[in-house]
Design a protein around this ligand. Structure first.
Ligand code: R1P
Ligand code: URA
Length: 289
């Protein structure tokens, strides 16, 4: 059995995992991930009861039950760097014995559903649309650090995308990864858009937003919007779905992302007062997870 040294898997004196401060028994098999720590309470407000609650940095976690289902909801903060921490620590809680520091004999599979916000890129993704990321294109580079990346990714899609974009050698290699198809089919019962999501390594430049500093490629978003491959078009920008789908696939967990559009980049409209309307999406996911 593989052994994980103290420096590789850091366990706090109270027996909880380093960043999340969650102990192994406190994690449910069904996990909802949100970016905003404030959204954790919005999700947990629907729970029948709460058994556990903890907060550390941007990671706020509540475990409880919803209509008899045990669910953990936790915030990841913004970005794929945080997804690396969250998904690795969740997997460690599920699949490493914290007493012996050895991998457990029996694999425990988790279901991870991210509920986020995003920017829409197509005419069929106006503000308020719910988009499931059937495929994610990672601009973040995270999966490139893990073995198995090529086997897990759609390499032909990557090549077509890089060619269409005239991809700069200054940027890290984009990776194209599928979300778990069974989970998408369960969460999207025909009332959401299935799309291709770019998970960007920033909110401004990497998503083609130009404020005072000009962009390296002013045509980036135009090219993204016109890209088409095997019937797929790119529907939206957010910042976590690629690492979540990619790491989960490498580890054997089921994962997907569904986001509500709060800005449509094509027609330049936005809704900064989305916090009440995202509750409809939260209730839908809670019923179907
Ligand atoms: C940017 O405003 C943040 O919003 C989106 C992006 O992915 C990024 O995290 O998701 P959340 O609303 O879940 O944070
Ligand atoms: N989140 C993003 O990452 N981009 C947007 O445009 C809106 C929300």
């Amino acid at each position: 059995m593989r052994y994980f040294a103290e420096s590789e898997l850091i366990i706090n004196p109270d027996g909880s995992v380093f960043h999340l401060h969650v102990k192994p028994g406190q994690l449910a098999d069904k996990v909802i991930l949100v970016g905003d720590p404030g959204r954790v309470a919005t999700v947990a407000a629907h729970f029948d009861n709460k058994e556990f609650e903890v907060e550390s940095r941007e990671f706020r976690t509540i475990t409880g039950t919803y209509k008899g289902k045990r669910i953990t909801v936790l915030s990841t903060g913004i970005g794929c760097d945080n997804i690396d921490i969250v998904v690795n620590e969740l997997d460690a809680l599920a699949n490493i014995d914290f007493n012996t520091r050895e991998e457990k004999k029996e694999f425990r599979s988790l279901e991870l559903v991210r509920i986020g916000t995003c920017g829409g890129l197509q005419p069929n993704t106006p503000v308020g649309t719910f988009i499931c990321s059937q495929k994610s294109i990672g601009f973040d580079g995270l999966l490139n650090f893990y073995a198995g990346r090529n086997e897990a990714c759609d390499l032909a899609f990557e090549e077509a995308f890089k060619k269409h974009m005239n991809w700069s050698p200054l940027l890290c290699a984009p990776y194209v990864i599928d979300a778990n198809a069974e989970l998408i089919a369960r969460i999207n019962q025909g009332d959401m858009v299935n799309g291709v999501t770019i998970a960007a390594g920033g909110f401004f430049g990497p998503q083609g937003r130009e404020l005072r500093v000009p962009l390296a490629d002013p045509k980036q978003n135009e090219k993204i919007e016109s890209f088409e491959y095997n019937g797929y078009k790119i529907t939206n920008f957010e910042m976590e779905s690629s690492a979540l789908a990619g790491l989960s696939k490498l580890m054997g967990h089921k994962a997907m992302t569904v986001c509500m559009v709060i800005a449509n980049r094509l027609i330049k409209e936005a809704n900064p007062n989305y916090k009440n309307s995202i509750d409809t999406l939260i209730k839908t996911v809670l019923d179907r997870i």
